[in-house]
Design a protein around this ligand. Structure first.
Ligand code: AMP
Length: 254
């Protein structure tokens, strides 16, 4: 059975115990509502390491929209059952006070790429992500931490932060898990209505087509999407759209 650990102090004790001695530790940080995308990261960590730590923390500081935070899906019993099936060793479920001992007075700030793509539409989002990930990496002290390509900009920024601050954890990416119809798995997908879910498949189809970014954007708008951006960067095409009240992001190699 996975051992849920709710305080930082308790986790630090695990780190000093025999569980951590002479083993390689893989770490998968998440916000819960676990799906096959998260499980693919966990399986990769299990494959590569002796023990695997998963964290679940819905980080309030990275939400720009209060209602998105309030409506973020949570289902901890289901999550624990899934982690048990995957034979995860430790579940870190930190409480807010332990994590934000500084009242979020200290932040990690990136001045360049964090303002592009999603950063242009979500002010402060990536600094909040980098700050929580820095805290978690410092607590868990894993050998390797796994991040999904679905959030490719996030992965690049975290990798850059780890390099910039000489963090002793290797940052590894894992490919995007998709539904059969191409939609990238996301915890937010369950908030799509039946009709919105059907419409959502147009987004990955167009993103991976050989049409130009502006053509894709026009077709998405024609189909009733609100488009934040469709842009190419470093051999990938990135997009963010709104379907009803749900914001979807995705990216594909081109
Ligand atoms: P989240 O719980 O949404 O913060 O995601 C936790 C981790 O799972 C992040 O590294 C995400 O990039 C990754 N992830 C989320 N969805 C997918 C997916 N469909 N395929 C692969 N990784 C994913």
């Amino acid at each position: 059975m996975v051992k849920p650990i709710k305080s930082v102090d308790e986790f630090l004790l695990i780190r000093e115990s025999s569980n951590y001695a002479d083993v390689s530790v893989g770490f998968v940080p998440t916000m819960g509502a676990l799906h096959e995308g998260h499980l693919s990261l966990i399986r990769k960590s299990k494959e590569d390491n002796d023990i695997t730590v998963v964290s679940i923390f819905v980080n309030p500081t990275q939400f720009n929209d209060k209602s998105d935070f309030e409506n973020y899906p949570t289902n901890i019993d289901d999550d624990i059952a899934k982690l048990n099936e995957e034979k995860v060793d430790f579940l870190f479920l930190p409480n807010h006070e332990d994590i934000y001992i500084d009242n979020y007075n200290y932040t990690v700030s990136e001045n360049d790429f964090s303002n592009e793509l999603c950063g242009e539409y979500r002010k402060g989002h990536f600094d909040a992500v980098l700050t929580i990930v820095m805290k978690l990496l410092n607590i868990v002290k894993a050998n390797v931490a796994y991040f999904g390509e679905k959030d490719f900009q996030q992965y690049l920024l975290i990798k850059g932060m780890a390099e910039a601050f000489f963090i002793d954890t290797e940052i590894v990416s894992v490919k995007t898990e998709r539904e059969k119809d191409g939609l990238a798995l996301s915890s937010r997908n369950i908030r799509l209505s039946g009709a919105e879910r059907e419409k959502a498949t147009i987004f990955p189809k167009l993103l991976s087509s050989n049409k130009s970014c502006s053509q894709i954007e026009s077709e998405l708008i024609e189909n009733g999407f609100k488009v934040d951006y469709i842009k190419e960067f470093d051999g990938r095409r990135f997009g963010a759209v709104h379907v009803g009240s749900v914001r979807l992001i995705d990216n594909v190699k081109i």
